[in-house]
Write a protein that binds this ligand. Structure first.
Ligand code: UDP
Length: 143
């Protein structure tokens, strides 16, 4: 299994709950290495671009409005099989279906306000990481 990277976002409700540290602790104790991180208050254009694949769906406007309602934390997590391992600890998209102990079970407020984002494939991870970070903002561990 090779080392992968995935793009993670702590959505505005997770940041508003002062849960950044608690969620980062979960990432680290699950074996992820944080190799990049930044706090951003997304513009409407940034949020619409990030979720472009969902444009036209009934939840799109509500999702964009939520994503620009407050600051988010955006980070790159590295581990073996990072994309799938991160999706596992996030839990199901609809928090009503999220297993106990997952981030969405613990921090989501609704289907839209489901606390966290994670890339769903290595291809989307590459695109989403490049959406938020330039190469020189990623800091791999060298020792
Ligand atoms: N979403 C929503 N209603 C839906 C489906 C999705 O509000 O019926 C929101 C939810 O915040 C979700 C995001 O849109 O996280 C992106 O949806 P996607 O299917 O890509 O889920 P994810 O990859 O975030 O689990």
């Amino acid at each position: 299994m090779s080392i992968e990277r995935t793009l993670s976002i702590l959505k505005p409700n997770a940041v508003a709950k002062n849960a950044i540290g608690a969620i980062y602790a979960r990432f680290e104790s699950a074996g992820f290495t944080l190799v990049a991180a930044k706090m951003l208050h997304l513009t409407r254009e940034q949020a619409e671009g990030f979720y472009a694949e969902h444009q036209g769906k009934p939840f799109f406007d509500g999702l964009v409005g939520f994503m620009i309602s407050g600051p988010v934390m955006v980070q790159v997590l590295e581990s073996e099989n990072a994309v799938h391992r991160h999706r596992d600890i996030m839990g199901a998209t609809n928090p009503a279906n999220a297993l106990a102990g997952t981030l969405r079970a613990d921090y989501a407020d609704s289907f839209t306000e489901n606390a966290v984002h994670g890339s769903d494939s290595t291809e989307s991870a590459a695109r989403e990481i490049a959406y938020f970070f330039s190469d020189n903002e990623i800091c791999p561990r060298t020792r």
